[in-house]
Write a protein that binds this ligand. Structure first.
Ligand SMILES: Nc1ncnc2c1ncn2[C@@H]1O[C@H](COP(=O)(O)OP(=O)(O)OP(=O)(O)O)[C@@H](O)[C@H]1O
Ligand SMILES: [Mg+2]
Length: 277
């Protein structure tokens, strides 16, 4: 079996003069997985992402990429960042260039790819995010949601094996949330692993099968979303609510161990309720 793309073994991290933000974390992400990262503000989600991408160095424990320990050597970090891309929670932290096109082509150029390939990837990433008409605009003067789409296009153009998206839907309007979900589906079909942190449990339910739940810097669950949303004590501990679809189904037929998470599952579930009557 292939080694996981990334694996954290007993990793802890404290910010300088700050709290212990991630405590004794062991988790791995394999090829093509779709994972939702859940937990209240300050739970450690963004810190986990920054550790996965080598931006923060574990205080204790080890990060592995493709089965190899990642040291602070430039070679290791470059290899890690080629394989693992991150879309930051704050778009401002990511934007560098003076035009949207320049911004999105920056990553593939840095990889030293031929110009034709750079142009192809840039064009595809811009259209995935509905940004073709923005190519010559200055990213600095875009709205929050538009900037977010530029930062997602940035990472798409790098074609990594794993993309970490830190609250990607938070500043998007409904049309662009749908566009993003379609893009995530396409990436997933292409075999790219996706790890997405979100406070939107309805989006998490549509998007992922596996969930990681953080609370006070600890990973308190690494399980299927069906298990997570049927564990009331866990939901209370992490301040999470159940998805609306789940709640609606539970109100209609209380007492079942799990309920639908996606529209497809809901249709299936409705058919079964008709049969069982
Ligand atoms: N640069 C920093 N310096 C000091 N402490 C920090 C820094 N960034 C985060 N923290 C602290 O580390 C802890 C974890 O923060 P983190 O940003 O990982 O949480 P989060 O789960 O991403 O929260 P949110 O949902 O608000 O994005 C919090 O207690 C936070 O106050
Ligand atoms: Mg965060």
């Amino acid at each position: 079996m292939d080694a996981p793309i990334i694996q954290l073994e007993n990793v802890s991290y404290a910010y300088p003069d700050g709290p212990m933000a991630v405590k004794n974390l062991s988790v791995s992400i394999g090829k093509g997985e779709r994972v939702a990262v859940l937990g209240r503000n300050g739970a450690g989600k963004s810190t986990f992402f920054l550790l996965c991408n080598g931006i923060l160095e574990p205080g204790e424990g080890t990060l592995f990429c493709g089965g190899q320990p990642v040291t602070r050597k430039k070679k290791d970090l470059l290899e890690l960042r080629r394989r693992v891309g991150i879309v930051f929670q704050e778009a401002e932290n990511q934007i560098l260039a003076v035009t949207v096109e320049g911004e999105v082509s920056f990553g593939p150029m840095n990889l030293g790819l031929p110009l034709q390939e750079v142009e192809k990837r840039t064009g595809e990433a811009l259209s995935s995010m509905g940004l073709h008409d923005y190519a010559q605009r200055s990213p600095q003067f875009l709205s929050g949601g538009e900037k977010k789409r530029v930062t997602i296009a940035d990472i798409l153009a790098m074609e990594p094996e794993l993309i970490l998206l830190d609250e990607p839907t938070s500043s998007l309007d409904p049309e662009n949330v749908t566009r993003l979900e379609e893009t995530l589906d396409q990436l997933s079909e292409a075999g790219i692993a996706l790890v997405v942190s979100t406070h939107d449990v309805d989006f998490a339910a549509r998007f992922a099968a596996r969930g990681l739940v953080f609370s006070h810097g600890r990973l308190i669950a690494d399980d299927s979303l069906a298990h997570i949303f049927s564990d009331s004590a866990l939901l209370e501990q992490a301040s999470l609510r159940k998805p609306w679809l789940w709640q609606a189904a539970e109100a209609a037929r209380p007492g079942e161990s799990a309920y639908p998470l996606t529209m497809d599952q809901y249709r299936q579930w409705l058919k079964q309720s008709v049969v069982s009557r």
